[in-house]
Structure formats: structure tokens, C-alpha cells
Design a protein around this ligand. Structure first.
Ligand SMILES: Nc1ncnc2c1ncn2[C@@H]1O[C@H](COP(=O)(O)OP(=O)(O)OP(=O)(O)O)[C@@H](O)[C@H]1O
Ligand SMILES: [Mg+2]
Length: 246
């Protein structure tokens, strides 16, 4: 069953379409990677789904409910969370306090401060950062900061997680550990993952389906090995834009 459905979704900036009529269904519990050249509209698509950018037209349905015009705040409470490419850290706060923010805002029922702290500690354990909970967040490296962002996103137990290039700039060991963590989140916590990524080796080892965007349009989707050999996809990547690093 589709947990998220997009129908003729459009997002224009100054009259130019960044997302140009995307119709697609995301399956409950899948790990789906969205790939495509720079400027294809991948980040815009995720930000439109979660309400950071209001859709120009079209419909977004989450678990059967029309969320197209909902605020980001309500969408978060409805069960969708996002990790942006650049970690959103509050530098003056500790690692734990950064995750408490997610626990307070992400919980659909509202939550007491002590429950939020408890939830934050649980989420830090999930991402393996319990020992760093009391450190100032700016003492952490990029990989650890991304994990804090992820812990904040999964606090409140979203049903759907949107990830934007969370493996960019990581070394091989950090990438492998991120792959393992995302797989675990899905397997143990049943989260559906929609993941925008350029690191093609990671995509091919983790994604169960791939959707390719080009000029804001859905070029094709399906089995990762088949899709990445599709001549249309190769041409989109070779069209003078960035090549995937596989
Ligand atoms: N806030 C904005 N205002 C105006 N134009 C924007 C804005 N955000 C994105 N765009 C434009 O929308 C198009 C798609 O951008 P987007 O960032 O979604 O691409 P992307 O596929 O995520 O690229 P990358 O792989 O480089 O991250 C680009 O032409 C970009 O310049
Ligand atoms: Mg992007």
C-alpha cells in the first residue's frame, strides 16, 4: 500500500518549475532512493512533501490524508520527519538537548519535559551516541552531527523519514555505518525511508527501489540495478551535469 502518494505535484520558483508534475506512490516500509543530476529538483521535492515549500499545485496524500496545505509543524506531528543536507544544530545546546527539541515537536500527543528527555536518550542510544549526550554539539564531527539530526528526526517515532544527502562528505567507514543504521531503523522500527543521495555505491547497496528525477520530472523508477543501466538515466547524468561516483 502507498504510504505517500504524489499526484501531479508541482513546485515553481518565480514561474520556473523545480518539481514538474510528479505522480508517484511510495510503498509502506520501503527504502527508496531518489537520484538525479544537480538541480533536478530532489531537495525541492522533499521540502514540498514536508511543507517547507508550499506546493504550487497537485496533491500530497499521507496515509490517505491530504496534507498538501498543512504546515511543516502539523506534518511533523502527523508522522513525517526530515533530515536536511546541512545538519541543523543548535550550537549552544548539548547533544541531548538538541534531540529533546525533536522529541517535543515530533510527538503527536504533546509530551512532558521529562518524557522528552527520556525519548531523547532512547533515540541517542539508537544512533549510538549515548556516551556523547552531555557534550556541546559543536564538539562533534560531521558524521556524529548527522546522527544527532537523525536522532532528532526519529524522536516522536515518525512513520516516514525523508533524508537529503545524509552521506555526503562521509568516509567509507562512516558511510557503511550510516547504511547499517538506516537499514536498522526500517527493519526494527518499521520506518519508511525516502532518501535523496548522490553516493551511488551507498544507493545500490541500500535502496530497494530508485526513482530518477531530471528537470523536475520523474524520468523512471524501479529496481536499482535496472534503473541505473537505463539509457535514459545514463543520458540524464551525462548531459553535461554531475556524474554519480559509482
Ligand atoms: N528556494 C529557492 N528559490 C529559488 N529557486 C530554487 C530554490 N530552491 C531550489 N531552487 C531551484 O530549483 C531547482 C531544483 O533545485 P534543487 O535544490 O531541488 O535540486 P537538487 O536536485 O536537490 O540538486 P542537488 O543535487 O544539487 O542538491 C534548481 O534550479 C534551483 O536553482
Ligand atoms: Mg539537493
Amino acid at each position: 500500500m502507498a504510504v505517500l502518494e504524489l499526484v501531479e505535484l508541482e513546485k515553481h520558483f518565480g514561474g520556473l518549475p523545480a518539481v514538474d508534475g510528479v505522480t508517484f506512490g511510495f510503498n509502506d516500509g520501503e527504502i527508496l532512493a531518489i537520484v538525479g543530476p544537480n538541480g533536478a529538483g530532489k531537495s525541492t521535492l522533499l521540502k514540498t512533501i514536508i511543507g517547507i515549500h508550499p506546493a504550487t499545485s497537485g496533491t500530497i496524500r499521507f496515509s490517505g490524508t491530504d496534507i498538501t496545505k498543512m504546515s511543516t509543524h502539523r506534518i511533523r506531528k502527523a508522522g513525517i520527519a526530515m533530515v536536511l543536507q546541512t545538519p541543523r544544530i543548535f550550537g549552544s545546546l548539548t547533544v541531548r538537548e538538541n534531540v529533546v527539541i525533536g522529541a517535543m515537536f515530533g510527538n503527536p500527543k504533546g509530551v512532558s519535559e521529562s518524557d522528552a528527555y527520556e525519548e531523547a536518550d532512547e533515540m541517542l542510544a539508537v544512533v549510538g551516541l549515548s556516551s556523547k549526550a552531555d557534550l556541546a554539539i559543536d564538539k562533534l564531527n560531521l558524521h556524529e552531527q548527522r546522527y544527532v539530526d537523525l536522532a532528532r528526526a526519529i524522536a516522536g517515532r515518525p512513520k516516514l523519514l525523508l533524508l537529503d544527502e545524509v552521506m555526503a562528505g562521509l568516509n567509507d567507514t562512516e558511510t557503511a555505518s550510516s547504511i547499517e543504521l538506516i537499514r536498522r531503523l526500517r527493519d526494527r522500527h518499521g520506518v519508511t525511508v525516502i532518501w535523496v543521495e548522490h553516493v551511488m555505491k551507498a544507493v545500490l547497496s541500500l535502496a530497494e527501489r530508485i526513482a530518477v528525477l531530471d528537470f523536475g520530472r520523474l524520468l523512471t523508477s524501479g529496481d536499482p540495478q535496472v534503473v541505473m543501466r537505463d539509457p535514459k538515466v545514463v543520458k540524464a547524468y551525462l548531459g553535461g551535469k554531475a556524474l554519480p561516483d559509482a
